[in-house]
Design a protein around this ligand. Structure first.
Ligand code: NAD
Ligand code: DAU
Length: 351
């Protein structure tokens, strides 16, 4: 079936894996990747597919209402997969308004454009919102987040994502807009901007820089390889039920400090560092993140049972692939950190 799909945030980490999967797997779909190319968006992530006939890049900002309305008039989108967001918790603590603007207002502007454009015909239409497990707040030492866990966000980032989830649901109830939401745990893998724990620490180990562990390091996250998230998004998009929520996670909890020690061990092997010179000596305990959530852990049994999705990559395999990718792509790392690359592409696409 032919479809015109708008994917927002497709030049970012998860978005680029989703765009690649859809462009390569579904030649009948035309994929429009809308991204404003913030510091986190990088067209290098999509170089292998950028000349495909079923792919179009649109440089634009989801908070620009005129622009969003214009593209909805210009292209006949059947579906939206919405990933564009400010995504880093630490940045949300220093600049909360930027998160409210993109994550809340930007999502509403998209919802409104969809409501106006699809008003008389919701058949075969879908607004799929990609969200996070952080909306549920924090767990104690035990228990798992289910789709029925009440929202209880603690950071400006998670509050903005919770708010956007609420607006998506509200548009579903009020205007009958067909939507699905999925809430995923921590992703890792190739093309992740080196501000998040795993790529930041890989980069710092390569460069012999301190590894800043927040607080006592006894915080727990549930890690999923990014390509498994892209597979889940594909599955939910095609098989998920309208007005439902799906939690996505790999039943793969790690305390930060244990994960950091494992990373050091694998990196030492790759970089031929001796025990005496182990990267572990770079571990530095620093001031805690304000409002730091103790533990996230997803109960992914609904998506497993109802849609037959399961992770395909073990954590050992995923970490190995990720570390190898960063070691083989040092230039990518240097360019996204320097910002030179972004400048180059901004010039290319600023028409
Ligand atoms: P990212 O920061 O790597 O990418 C975000 C992308 O959105 C970038 O390409 C950026 O240029 C674009 N963008 C930002 N503001 C924009 C705007 N105003 N207009 C248009 N484009 C804009 O983020 P990510 O880690 O790939 O996360 C993608 C989505 O998945 C987000 O909605 C995030 O909340 C959600 N999520 C992320 C994780 C994770 O572990 N990274 C887990 C669960 C859910
Ligand atoms: O759970 C899903 C969320 O995972 C996504 O919605 C977010 O977009 C994504 O950024 C991620 O949020 P976290 O805050 O969990 O990820 P981060 O990589 O920033 O941190 C992971 C853990 O590591 C967290 O407990 C904080 C800690 N940490 C992080 C950094 C960057 C450190 O100890 N030191 C650091 O330098």
């Amino acid at each position: 079936m032919k479809k015109n799909i708008l994917i927002t945030g497709g030049a970012g980490f998860i978005g680029s894996h989703v765009v690649r999967r859809f462009v390569n797997t579904y030649p009948d779909y035309h994929i429009f990747n809308l991204d404003s190319l913030t510091y986190a968006g990088n067209l290098e992530n999509l170089r292998d597919i950028e000349t495909k006939e079923n792919y179009t890049f649109l440089k634009g900002d989801i908070t620009n209402e005129n622009y969003i309305n214009k593209i909805f008039e210009e292209y006949d989108f059947d579906s939206v997969i919405h990933l564009a967001a400010e995504s880093h918790v630490d940045r949300s603590i220093s600049d909360p308004l930027a998160f409210a603007k993109t994550n809340i207002l930007g999502t509403m502007i998209l919802l409104n454009a969809v409501r106006v454009k699809w008003k008389d015909d919701f058949q075969n239409k879908l607004f799929y919102h990609i969200s996070t497990d952080e909306v549920y707040g924090t767990l104690g030492e035990d228990g798992l987040f289910t789709e029925n866990t009440p929202y209880d966000p603690n950071s400006p980032y998670s509050a903005s994502k919770a708010s956007s989830d609420h607006f998506v649901r509200a548009y579903g109830e009020t205007y009958n807009l067909p939507y699905i939401i999925s809430n995923c745990s921590n992703n890792y893998g190739p093309f992740q901007f080196p501000e998040k724990l795993i790529p930041l620490f890989i980069n710092n180990i390569i460069n012999d820089k301190p590894l800043p562990v927040y607080g006592d390091g006894n915080y727990t996250r549930d890690w999923l390889f990014v390509k498994d998230h892209a597979l889940a998004i594909d599955n939910v998009f095609h098989n998920g039920k309208e007005k439902e929520t799906y939690n996505i996670g790999g039943f793969n909890e790690w305390k930060n400090i244990d994960l950091v020690i494992l990373l050091c061990k694998i990196m030492d092997e790759k970089l031929n560092r001796s025990k005496e010179n182990s990267s572990e000596k770079l571990i530095t305990y620093v001031k805690d993140r304000p409002g730091h959530d103790l533990r996230y852990a997803i109960d992914a049994s609904k998506i497993e049972k109802e849609l037959g999705w399961q992770p395909t990559v073990t954590f050992e395999e995923g970490l190995e692939k990720t570390i190898n990718w960063y070691l083989n792509n040092i230039e990518w790392l240097q360019s996204v950190i320097s910002g030179e690359y972004l400048e180059y592409y901004k010039k290319q696409y600023n028409k």
